[in-house]
Design a protein around this ligand. Structure first.
Ligand SMILES: NC(=O)c1ccc[n+]([C@@H]2O[C@H](COP(=O)([O-])OP(=O)(O)OC[C@H]3O[C@@H](n4cnc5c(N)ncnc54)[C@H](O)[C@@H]3O)[C@@H](O)[C@H]2O)c1
Length: 383
C-alpha cells in the first residue's frame, strides 16, 4: 500500500503515554485509542514520527454512502466520529461499535449545541448529512431543506474553521447541471441549471463553501456525485439502478419512462474511494475545487440499464412509456476528466457488477423486506 500523506494531525502525539483517551460528546463518552497498533509500530522505527491516521467526522454517517465510507475509513485505520440524527435508523453502523476507533453522536446538526463539541481533535470533516433527493426535498418543503442543506452546511463549515479542521469534503450532486445539451458532457465549468429544490439547495451550499477562501481556515472541496448504486449497510432502493433491480427481481417487469434519457452512475464503494482520495490529496490540489465523481464508462441510458438487468434476469419483461412526469433532472451525461487527471481517481465497479451483487443479496435474502420504507428516503417531518 502506498504511504499516505500526513494530515499534520496532532491526534497521535507519539509522546503520549496512555493507550486510551476519553472525549465527552454531549455527555456521551466516546472512546478512542490514542496509539493504535500501527502507530506503536511506527514508534519503533527511529526517525519516523509522522502520524498516518486521521480522525474524521462524518455527518450523515448512518446513511447509504456514509455507512460504506465509515467502513472504508475504519478499515484503513482512521478514527471516525459519526454525527447523525438517525432518520432511517442506526442499524447500518451497529458493527462499527466493535471498533475502538469509532464514536457516535446522535443529533440534528441544525440544533443548538450539537456541533460545538463534535469537532474537538478532528482533522477532516466529510459532510454528507442532508435532506437527500428530489422527492424527499419536495416532501420536507423549502424552509426545512434550506435549513438543513444550506444553513446546516454553513454551520458545519464555520464550526470546522473554529475547531481548526484542515479540510471539509462536501457531498454535492451532478443534478446541479440539470440537463445536457445534445451529446454534450458536463464538466465542472458547465453552467448549473437546477431542476429541483434539492439541486438548488446543493448549489447554494456549494456557493457558500467555494466562497470561503481564507487560507487560515478549513479547505472546502465539493464532490458532485453521479447517481449512486450498489449494496450498502443502508441500501437505498429509491435510486434508479437499485430500484430497477428490485422491481425486476420482485415483479419480473420493468416499466421504463424516457428510455433514451441518460444518467451518470457511480458505485457506492467507488464514492467512498473518491472521498478517501480527496482526504489524502495535498491541500493545494483540492482547495476550493469541485470534482465530478464517476466514470464516462458508466454514462448510460435507461434502456441500456434495463438491458443490463435483463442480461442477469432474462425472464424480465421490459415495458417502455413516453410519459414524462416531474423529475429531478432530465437527460444528462458528465465528464470525469478532472478527478481522473488531478486525483488519479478511476472507478472500479461496473454497472453489471453492481447489478449482480444486488441480485445476489436479494436472492440470498440478506436484505430483510427490501420493499419497506426504511430503504427509501422519507425524511421525518422537519419543523
Ligand atoms: N445517493 C446518491 O445517489 C447521491 C448522489 C449525489 C449526491 N449525494 C449526496 O451524498 C450525501 C449522502 O447521500 P445518501 O444517499 O447517503 O443519503 P442518506 O439519506 O442515505 O443519508 C443521509 C443521512 O444524513 C442524516 N441526516 C440528515 N439530516 C441530518 C441532520 N440535520 N443532522 C444529522 N443527521 C442528518 C440522516 O439521518 C441519514 O442517515 C447527501 O449529501 C447527498 O446529497 C448522494
Amino acid at each position: 500500500m502506498p504511504p499516505r500523506e500526513s494530515p499534520g494531525s496532532s491526534l497521535y502525539s507519539l509522546t503520549a503515554g496512555t493507550l486510551t483517551e476519553k472525549q465527552p460528546f454531549l455527555g456521551v463518552q466516546v472512546t478512542f485509542p490514542t496509539l493504535p497498533q500501527r502507530a506503536l509500530t511506527l514508534l519503533r522505527e527511529p526517525g519516523n514520527f509522522q502520524p498516518i491516521q486521521m480522525r474524521i467526522l462524518v455527518t450523515g454517517g448512518c446513511g447509504y454512502i456514509g455507512s460504506v465510507l465509515v467502513a472504508a475509513l475504519l478499515n484503513r485505520g482512521d478514527e471516525v466520529v459519526v454525527l447523525d440524527d438517525l432518520w432511517f435508523g442506526g442499524d447500518s453502523v451497529l458493527p462499527f461499535f466493535n471498533f475502538d476507533g469509532f464514536g457516535f453522536i446522535k443529533g440534528n446538526l441544525c440544533a443548538d449545541g450539537v456541533l460545538s463539541h463534535s469537532m474537538d481533535g478532528i482533522d477532516c470533516v466529510v459532510h454528507l448529512a442532508a435532506v437527500v433527493g428530489f422527492p424527499a426535498c419536495e416532501k420536507a418543503g423549502r424552509a426545512a431543506v434550506w435549513r438543513t442543506n444550506v444553513e446546516g452546511t454553513a454551520k458545519v463549515y464555520e464550526t470546522a474553521c473554529r475547531a481548526g479542521v484542515k479540510r471539509l469534503v462536501f457531498a454535492s450532486s451532478y443534478s446541479n447541471y440539470g440537463e445536457s445539451e445534445q451529446g454534450e458532457l458536463m464538466t465542472e465549468e458547465s453552467p448549473l441549471s437546477p431542476k429541483s429544490l434539492y439541486a438548488e439547495s446543493k448549489i447554494e451550499a456549494e456557493r457558500f463553501l467555494l466562497s470561503q477562501k481564507n487560507h487560515h481556515c478549513t479547505v472546502p472541496v465539493c464532490l458532485r456525485l453521479a447517481t449512486v448504486f450498489g449494496l450498502s449497510p443502508r441500501t437505498r432502493f429509491d435510486l434508479i439502478v437499485n430500484q430497477f433491480v428490485l422491481q425486476a427481481f420482485t415483479a419480473g417487469k420493468l416499466v421504463i419512462y424516457q428510455e433514451d434519457f441518460k444518467r451518470s452512475f457511480v458505485h457506492v464503494r467507488d464514492v467512498a474511494r473518491a472521498v478517501l482520495c480527496t482526504l489524502d490529496a495535498s491541500l493545494e490540489k483540492v482547495r476550493n475545487q469541485v470534482f465530478n465523481v464517476g466514470s464516462e464508462q458508466l454514462n448510460t441510458t435507461k434502456q441500456e440499464l434495463a438491458q443490463l438487468i435483463r442480461n442477469r434476469l432474462p425472464d424480465v419483461k421490459l415495458e417502455y412509456h413516453e410519459t414524462a412526469f416531474a423529475a429531478d433532472m432530465r437527460s444528462i451525461h458528465v465528464s470525469f476528466e478532472k478527478i481522473r487527471n488531478t486525483l488519479q481517481f478511476e472507478t472500479r465497479v461496473s454497472l453489471d457488477e453492481g447489478i449482480a451483487e444486488l441480485i445476489q443479496a436479494l436472492r440470498d435474502g440478506i436484505i430483510h423486506q427490501p420493499t419497506s420504507d426504511r430503504y427509501r428516503n422519507h425524511p421525518p417531518i422537519l419543523v
